[in-house]
Design a protein around this ligand. Sequence first.
Ligand code: UD1
Length: 417
Amino acid sequence: MEKIVIEGGYPLKGTITIGGAKNSAVALIPAALLATGKSTIKNVPNITDRDALFQIVKLLNCDIKQNDKTIDIDTTKLENVLISEELSVKLRASYYFMGVLLGRYKHVEIYFPGGCNIGSRPIDLHLKGFKALGAKVSKRGHKYTITADELKGAEIKLDFASVGATINIMFAAVLAKGRTIIHNAAKEVEIINIVDFLNKMGAKISGAGSDTLIIDGVQELKGAQIEVIPDRIEAGTYMLIGALLGDNLKIEGIIPEHNQALLAKFNEMGVKYKLNKNSIILNKCDNLKATNVTTEVYPGFPTDLGQPMSVLMTQAKGVGVMEETIWENRVGHYPYLQRMGANIELDGLKATIKGKTELHGMEINATDLRGGAALIMAGLIANGKTTISDIGYILRGYENIINKLSNVGAKIKLEEI
Ligand code: UD1
C-alpha cells in the first residue's frame, strides 16, 4: 500500500503534457473487439483502468501488443468467455463489454460493473436500450445474462443523456439489422472519438456530438486505427493547479474548445492565463473573485471537474456555490477540505464556499478519483505536510500524476505505508 506525501506551497513552473482521455480510451479498447482482425489505438493513457481492461481483453482471448502508448489488439481468436466478478468490479467501463459482446455474439454474461463510489450508478438505461434492440435481460445476484435471437434497429429515447448508455447501446446497434436512432444521446467529445473509430471500422454512424445519433447496422466491422483525444478532465485539473500555483506553468497538448466551460469560469474569477492553439500558460493570482458553478452534461461545466474546481473556490474572495447535479455522492472530499481550514457549508450536493482561506496540511483519504485529485490540489497549496491514503482511486485515472507534478517543482512523492 502506498500513500502520497505533499509538502505544500511551492510555485510550479515548466510544462505538463496531457495524456489521452481516460473516458475515451476505456470505451475504445472494448470497441476494438467489435471488429475482426487487428486494430491500433494510439495515445492510450498509462492508468490502472487501462491495465484492468487489458486483463479482460486477454481473458476474451485477444492478443494485445503494447509499445509505449500505442496498442494493437488482434481479435482473430476472440471468445465469448464469462468475465469474472473480480475483473468486472475493477472498473466502471467493464460494462462496455456488454454492448460489444451482445453485438458480436447476441449473447453475453457479465457481472455488475465497479468504479468510484460517487452514487448508485444504475445501468437501467443501458439495459432498456438493449431490450429495445430485441434482447432479453435477466439478472441473478450480480450477474446479468443478455441474449437475443437477433438484434434489430430501433428508436430509443434516453431519459437522461447518459454517456455510458449512449456508447453501450451504440456498440450493440452497429452490428444490428437496420437503423437505430438514439434520441437525447450524450454529446460528450469522447463520443465523437468513439464514433470516429467505429466509422473507420466500417460502421455507419452519424450525428456524433449532437443529441441524435443515427446508426445504420452493418454485417461486419474490420480492424482500424484511432488516436485517443487529449483528456479534457486531466487538462482541466492541471489548469486549476496552474491557477493556484502557476509561475508561467504551461499545460500542453490540450484542445481548448473542450475546456470552454472551465475557461468561462476562469474569466469570471479573474484567473491569469494565456491561451495558444494547443496549450495554455497559467499564473497564480492572489485576488480571485468568487463564482457559482453548477455541473451539467457537455458542454456545461463537467461533473468530473466539480471537485477540483471547489479547491480553487476556497482561494477566491467572497461566497461561491458549487452544485453537483449528475452524481449523488460527489462530495466526499469536502469534510477533508473543511478540516484543512476551508470555510465550506455542505447542504446535500450544494457546497457554499467562503474564501479566501488558508489550508493546513494533514492526514487525509482519497474518497474517489476526482475527489482524490482535489485533495492533491489542496495539499499542494496547504501549509506543511499533507498525507493522502487510498490513492488507488487517483491512479485509476491520472497518468504519472506524481512525476508530472514533481517535474514542474511540486514537492510530492509516493511512500510505502
Ligand atoms: C461517464 C464518465 C464519468 C462522468 C459521467 C458524466 C466514463 C468511463 N465515465 O460516466 O467520468 O462523470 O460520464 O459525465 O466515461 N444513469 C442512470 N441510469 C443509467 C446510466 C446512468 O440513471 O443506466 C444516471 C447516473 O446515475 C448519473 C447520470 O445518469 O446520475 C450520468 O451517468 P452517465 O452519463 O451514464 O455516466 P457514466 O457513463 O457512468
